[in-house]
Design a protein around this ligand. Structure first.
Ligand SMILES: Cc1ncc(COP(=O)(O)O)c(C=O)c1O
Length: 479
């Protein structure tokens, strides 16, 4: 150590430390060689998995949604479970593990971060990690927007709570919120009210007035745009200057991977701008996964955004905002920003995404979606029996619904008419056969994939779709 270096940096650069990290990572890589594709569990270990699952059931008072307990090791999109089985993980903690499991570079980053003096960083005391993480996000977001500041926090719902507070404080005394029908915003008391799912707010007092604008309906294209614009106009007339913000998921995640063209959003955000309503984009599920790092960039909406929230694959969540939404002291703070490991690994993931050829129309993410669509198209052609007519929430036919969709690393299949019970059966059959997926939508329901786009290759879909075909076949034969 010299007077120009700190003890901490001399520790991180110490060849004994870097050599030890390399040795540990090599040991991991050696173990990963045994993981080459989906495989069943071992009979000897099945009791271990079952034991964990019953303990988990006792803790929560209900069984886990999927019989998943990870062993703690994987290889890219493949994950080993506690019974030694290996599965393709196409849901990744609902969109968190962008580089899949046991990525050697990220494990090395985490080992280095673990040497830091504290596990957690907070708003009073933080290290350079928190500053560098936030600066990276702002540099990316600021390329095409006026987003200038960031508040870091450790869950998506709390990033959204922070966003809502910024909207209320800036636009006080406006007390109403606008949101899309069938949206999702998290599960705090307020976010559960703003999200449009009756089950998620059952028994909760409704304390924030929310006005819902219908999301884009591809069956009615222009008519749908006119309807949403006129609904917004009505709300604005009925409650002048009373809306603090409009929270928008540009792709509805939980709502069913519903997408909309730029022309749908532009008149809505323009009206918000005219009326002094904050445009708050919730990119918690989309961040990093589309053909640009932020989907608002892909849609060319940067000039309109006031507040943007991100989470999941960033590992530490954030609320980004423009200069004019700068809060007064006291509005935003918390004990935790996040863990040092999450800050360093999250930053490394975002840098790899930025520099690794993932974005743009010919980038890795766009190509992965293309490969998914081609496989899905072939499956639909070969198996019309899986893909019957799809119905909406009240049983009405959804004529233009395609059997596969989404955008970038948000992918969906809509077999079995989008009927919830059969979609759930398909999710379980997929799990048994070796693919972890989940569902989304409120009717029609869909099978949802959030693959680890950082490490998933188009060729991986060959084995994944063989499994999908077998699993869907089981749903049909069990009917
Ligand atoms: C669009 C959106 N907003 C908010 C959230 C809430 O994030 P978290 O579960 O980290 O609180 C989610 C989580 O799925 C989400 O998809």
């Amino acid at each position: 150590m010299t007077s120009q270096t700190t003890a901490a940096s001399s520790l991180v650069d110490d060849p004994t430390v870097t050599g030890a990290i390399e040795t540990i990572v090599q040991s991991l890589v050696d173990r990963q060689r045994s993981i080459t594709g989906a495989r069943p569990g071992s009979p000897e270990l099945s009791a271990t998995l079952d034991g964990f699952l019953s303990r988990q059931e006792a803790i929560k008072g209900r069984p886990a949604v999927l019989p998943y307990v990870g062993s703690g090791l994987g290889r890219g999109p493949l994950v080993e479970l506690a019974d030694g089985s290996v599965k393709w993980d196409l849901i990744n903690g609902i969109g968190v593990h962008m580089f899949g499991h046991s990525d050697p570079d990220l494990v090395a980053t985490a080992l280095g971060a673990a040497l830091s003096d504290t596990l957690m960083q907070g708003n009073l005391q933080f290290n350079a990690d928190a500053i560098e993480f936030a600066e990276l996000l702002l540099a990316e977001a600021g390329r095409s927007s006026a987003l200038k500041h960031a508040f870091l926090i450790n869950t998506g719902a709390m990033a959204n709570e922070s966003a809502l507070k910024l909207c209320f404080q800036k636009n006080a005394p406006a007390s109403r919120v606008l949101a899309f029908g069938c949206g999702f915003a998290g599960r705090t008391t307020t976010m559960a009210q703003i999200g449009d799912s009756p089950a998620n707010r059952e028994g909760l007092p409704l304390t924030v007035p929310v006005d819902y604008v219908p999301f884009f309906d591809p069956d009615r294209a222009d008519g749908s745009i006119d309807e949403s614009v006129s609904r917004l106009r009505q709300y604005v007339r009925r409650y002048p200057r009373q809306h603090a913000g409009f929270v928008m998921e540009l792709v509805q995640g939980e709502g069913g991977f519903n997408v909309a063209p730029r022309e749908f959003f532009v008149p809505l955000v323009e009206m918000c701008r005219e009326q002094g309503i904050a445009v708050w984009i919730d990119e918690i599920q989309t961040f990093g996964r589309t053909a640009e790092m932020f989907y608002f960039q892909q849609l060319g909406l940067g000039e309109y955004v006031d507040v943007v929230t991100i989470g999941k694959l960033s590992q530490v969540c954030a609320c980004l905002y423009t200069e004019s939404y700068q809060p007064k002291p006291g509005l935003l703070s918390a004990t935790f920003i996040g863990s040092t490991v999450a800050l360093q690994v999250g930053r490394r993931m975002i840098e790899r995404l930025r520099d690794g050829g993932y974005y743009g129309p010919g980038g890795r993410i766009a190509k992965l979606h293309e490969a998914f669509s081609e496989h899905a198209g072939r499956l639909i052609e070969r198996h019309p029996e899986f893909f019957g007519p799809v119905s909406g929430p009240s049983g009405e036919p959804v004529t233009a619904a395609r059997f596969h969709g989404g955008v970038g690393g948000l992918m969906r299949l809509t077999p079995f008419g989008g009927e919830k019970s059969r979609i759930l059966r398909a999710v379980h059959a997929l799990f048994d056969e070796g693919v972890i997926a989940f569902y989304c939508g409120q009717g029609p329901h869909h099978i949802r994939f959030l693959p680890p786009v950082g490490v998933m290759e188009p060729a991986h879909f060959d084995e994944v779709f063989e499994i999908v075909e077998r699993a869907f076949g089981r749903v049909i034969s069990d009917q």
